[in-house]
Design a protein around this ligand. Structure first.
Ligand code: FEO
Length: 165
């Protein structure tokens, strides 16, 4: 594998790991503030990102690349509202999508169709995750600061989490 591609895949390991820790911090904040449904959603999301990270680690090893397990910045752990949680969620997913697209673009420059093929799984995953984040943030934008709306949102988000489990 080209060193540049190996580096990009390792960068992607870091982005997925950072998303996992970010969502764990968000789940914990939600738990602490009485939003148990939102907490469960982000605990699960955090697990999913960890799996995305591990999938990359295994792939780099399969291709005889050198994996670099990264150190991470401390994630943001204080939020003003669940609206802010979901704004952060969408921004994080948009960022990860941009990075996935960047890896794919570089694969084509180096004619590494194997990595290109592997990364298609991430393209599909990002499409789903961005759509989920946009839908939920859209609902929260309708709710605004209404506390009873937040209560119902927290109750109803269980349907998404249960469907994924
Ligand atoms: Fe695996 Fe949603 O980034």
């Amino acid at each position: 594998m080209e060193k540049q591609i190996e580096k990009l895949l390792n960068d992607q390991v870091k982005f997925e790991a950072a998303a996992s820790m970010q969502y764990l911090a968000m789940a914990s904040w939600a738990d602490e503030n009485g939003y148990n449904g939102v907490a469960d959603f982000f605990y699960l999301q955090s697990e999913e990102e960890r799996l995305h990270m591990t999938k990359l680690v295994k792939f780099i090893n399969e291709r005889s690349g050198k994996v670099v397990i990264p150190s991470l910045e401390k994630p943001k752990s204080t939020y003003t509202s669940i609206n802010e949680l979901f704004e952060t969620f969408l921004a994080s997913e948009v960022f990860v999508t941009q990075q996935v697209n960047h890896v794919i673009h570089e694969c084509l420059q180096f004619k590494d169709y194997n990595v290109h093929n592997f990364m298609q799984w991430y393209v599909t995953e990002q499409l789903e995750e961005e759509a989920t984040a946009r839908t939920l943030l859209g609902k929260l934008n309708i709710i605004g600061t209404d506390k009873s709306g937040h209560y119902l949102f927290d109750r109803d988000i269980n349907m998404i989490t249960s469907a994924k489990e």
